[in-house]
Ligand binder design. Structure first.
Ligand SMILES: [Zn+2]
Length: 397
């Protein structure tokens, strides 16, 4: 779609401008378009910094793109502006120039979000798997949901540019290949498949416009998973296991973990482990519980904090995000883990990372799948679209 739209216009420009100048201009235009495809709406000043162009040159480039309708003024940055001053116009690709589907095949349900070329989420929904749906049946439930969303919101997906699909667990059995094939066959566009917790890490990294280059993400839920963003890129690792914080052993004499080792973080800080230690049945009970559970929560937070401090010493992230429904039900865990990380890092080298709870909700995996699609641009070409070989390990998240 994009090339159809932008292609002829370049030809026109080249015909009217002399050789080298036209070529340079075209390179600049492609760079600006690639930045907007990756980042959504940006002000001229933000584009100039990212493209390495002077304000004057950029003004000329965006003027041409605006005149051709390749990009549009979407709104102003008044929403995210903190100080005073006139809000800047935000420029973006024509919203109709592309659609992106983010799908999260979770344990119990599928979540779908749809974004346009400006990165605006324009539709979304969820559906529980019917009783007895196996892993191989999940894509079909997603297709039905996508059809329903399309019918309800009037989106026809004619400008679909790609599909990102989050799945649970590592690719131990090669099932991601089947998922990739199913979506590629259904939509005939590029498909990216990865672990949904890792996608959630990427979604948090791009959630608020601060755009940290380095971020560590941990999710405290029924299991414990995580993700690592290094240099602005989601790291899969050689065998797709980067960010498996749940199976770092924190107590060598602890209880057996489902992975076969003893005393993994997951045996202490997952939701079932915490509820068991507190003698409670549900997270609702935990959220209501008083000071009686604080000793358990503090021990949990200390273990989480030490693991995150080690990760931070290795990776030196700008942000650490503690997500998952344990963090939501017991914010005390986030606060105390943050102080543990700060205490471990401050003596080593000044200010540590910003440590925060997650900003996004249950659609974070689907949003991250779309963020991964946006990052598959000429500027960020090496995000893995192929999946590590099966048999990479037996850990499960
Ligand atoms: Zn384990």
């Amino acid at each position: 779609m994009l090339t159809e739209k932008f292609g002829p216009a370049y030809g026109g420009d080249v015909a009217h401008t002399s050789g080298v100048h036209a070529l340079v201009r075209r390179v600049h235009e492609e760079r600006v378009l690639a930045i907007l495809r990756e980042r959504g709406g940006l002000s001229r000043a933000q584009i100039a910094v990212r493209a390495g162009l002077s304000r004057t040159t950029l003004s000329e480039i965006t003027g041409g793109l605006l005149a051709r309708g390749a990009i549009v003024v979407v709104n102003t940055d008044a929403r995210r502006r903190v100080g005073s001053g006139r809000p800047a116009e935000l420029l973006a690709l024509d919203p109709h120039a592309g659609q992106y589907l983010g799908v999260d095949l979770q344990h119990a349900r599928v979540r779908v979000v749809v974004a346009d070329a400006t990165h605006e989420i324009i539709a979304g929904g969820q559906a529980a798997y019917p009783e007895g749906t196996g892993r191989t049946g999940r894509p079909a439930v997603a297709f039905d949901l996508i059809d329903r969303i399309a019918a309800e919101s009037g989106i026809n997906f004619q400008a679909l540019q790609g599909v990102g699909v989050g799945v649970v667990g590592p690719d131990a059995d090669g099932s991601r290949r089947q998922v990739t094939a199913a979506f590629a066959q259904r939509f005939a566009v590029p498909v990216v498949v990865d672990n949904n917790t890792r996608f959630a890490a990427l979604a948090e990294a791009v959630a608020d416009g601060t755009d940290p280059r380095d971020l560590v993400y941990i999710r405290l839920s029924d299991g414990i998973g995580g993700g690592v963003v290094v240099g602005g890129r989601l790291v899969a690792g050689g065998r797709g296991m980067a960010g498996e914080f749940g199976h770092i052993a924190v107590d060598p004499s602890g209880v057996p973990c489902r992975c076969g080792k003893r005393g993994c973080l997951e045996t202490i800080a997952s939701v079932p482990a915490v509820l068991r230690a507190c003698g409670l049945a549900t997270l609702g009970d935990l959220a209501q519980a008083g000071p009686a559970v604080h000793p358990v929560l503090d021990a949990v937070a200390d273990a989480v904090g030490r693991v995150l401090a080690e990760a931070a010493l290795i990776l030196n992230p700008e942000q650490v995000v503690i997500a998952g429904n344990l963090a939501t039900a017991a914010p005390r865990v986030v606060t105390r883990a943050a102080s543990v990380v700060a205490a471990e890092l401050t003596p080593v080298g000044g200010a540590g990372p910003t440590i925060r709870s997650a900003r996004l909700g249950d659609d974070d995996g689907a949003r991250g799948a779309i963020a991964a699609l946006f990052r598959q641009t000429p500027l960020l070409t090496d995000y893995p679209s192929t999946i590590p070989a099966p048999g990479a390990g037996r850990s499960a998240t």
